[in-house]
Design a protein around this ligand. Structure first.
Ligand SMILES: Nc1ncnc2c1ncn2[C@@H]1O[C@H](COP(=O)(O)OP(=O)(O)OP(=O)(O)O)[C@@H](O)[C@H]1O
Length: 264
């Protein structure tokens, strides 16, 4: 576990082009260890691109990233620190959940007894135990998503990247994931959570960043971002989100940060 005065995620001036398309246009992040960071933005804002760069799966056109002090270009060193639940998780449909998790434990070099204990504990915690030996191809979306969540945390990562972890889940499954995010945060894990579901962010995030057209246009604690919604009828994060992603002009009392985003 890195020391608490180290930023878990430190990104400096990330830029990413796909041909002539600018996906990221100078994103800087400094996220302290133990933070749950809600990463918001409309479709196409660059959230997935950012997460792929932060997890070493994609290289930025320019800019640097360190996660737990490790340059993300060093994927071998990065792997043990990071868990990633992508929007479309990699699961082998012909495996059962137990086989899938045993396979991941093996890839992660988790010792047999430790792996068995964790797999049983997580299967029980996520109410998958009764179906643990059925093929994943027979699972519901929620069961698949819970299996994928468990596989992303099996090695007890220092930093957990979650892309839409509760999308399409029923309330019970979504709550299980939310509770688990909070439990990991309590244990000191840094969680980087990308989602369109604003109540999830309101429920779990310590800090929110709003990405718009490849730039971070607002950043701060959810309450502060919320109270900055210019119209502010309900004072919801949704108001704030809509305000800052309409070009940023509705955000008042902005304090410029080094990265050019609105620090609230
Ligand atoms: N492999 C790629 N090739 C070309 N363009 C890409 C590629 N991946 C992403 N883009 C473009 O980069 C921009 C950002 O995409 P990205 O998927 O990061 O957005 P997002 O915020 O995750 O969107 P969503 O919420 O819809 O998932 C978009 O304009 C997208 O079309």
């Amino acid at each position: 576990m890195p020391s608490t005065n180290t930023a878990a995620i430190e990104a400096d001036d990330l830029r990413k082009r796909y041909g002539s398309e600018v996906a990221l246009d100078g994103v800087s992040l400094s996220i302290p260890t133990g933070t749950v960071y809600g990463f918001l933005g409309p479709n196409g804002a660059g959230k997935t691109t950012t997460m792929r760069i932060l997890t070493g799966l994609s290289r930025p056109s320019s800019g640097t990233v360190r996660v737990c002090g490790v340059d993300v270009a060093d994927r071998r060193a990065l792997a043990r620190h990071v868990g990633y639940l992508p929007e479309t998780p990699p699961l082998y449909e012909e495996f059962s959940a137990r086989e899938q998790l045993e396979y991941v434990a093996d890839l992660r070099d988790i010792a047999g007894e430790v792996a068995d204990e964790r797999i049983d504990r997580y299967l029980a915690e996520f109410e998958l135990l009764d179906d643990a030996d059925r093929r994943i191809s027979e699972y519901s979306k929620g069961m698949k998503q819970k299996t994928a969540f468990v596989q992303s945390v099996l090695h007890d990562p220092d930093v957990l990247f979650l892309d839409e972890p509760t999308s399409g889940l029923d309330p019970r499954a979504a709550r299980r994931i939310r509770e688990s995010i909070l439990a990991f945060a309590d244990a000191g894990t840094t969680v980087f959570l990308s989602t369109h579901i604003l109540p999830v962010v309101e429920a779990v995030a310590d800090e929110v960043g709003v990405l718009y057209e490849g730039r971070l246009v607002a950043e701060g604690p959810p309450d502060a971002v919320t109270s900055r919604a210019a119209t502010g009828d309900s004072g919801s994060l949704e108001d704030a989100f809509l305000a800052v992603t309409s070009g940023g002009e509705d955000v008042v009392d902005a304090e410029e940060t080094d990265s050019g985003s609105e620090r609230v």
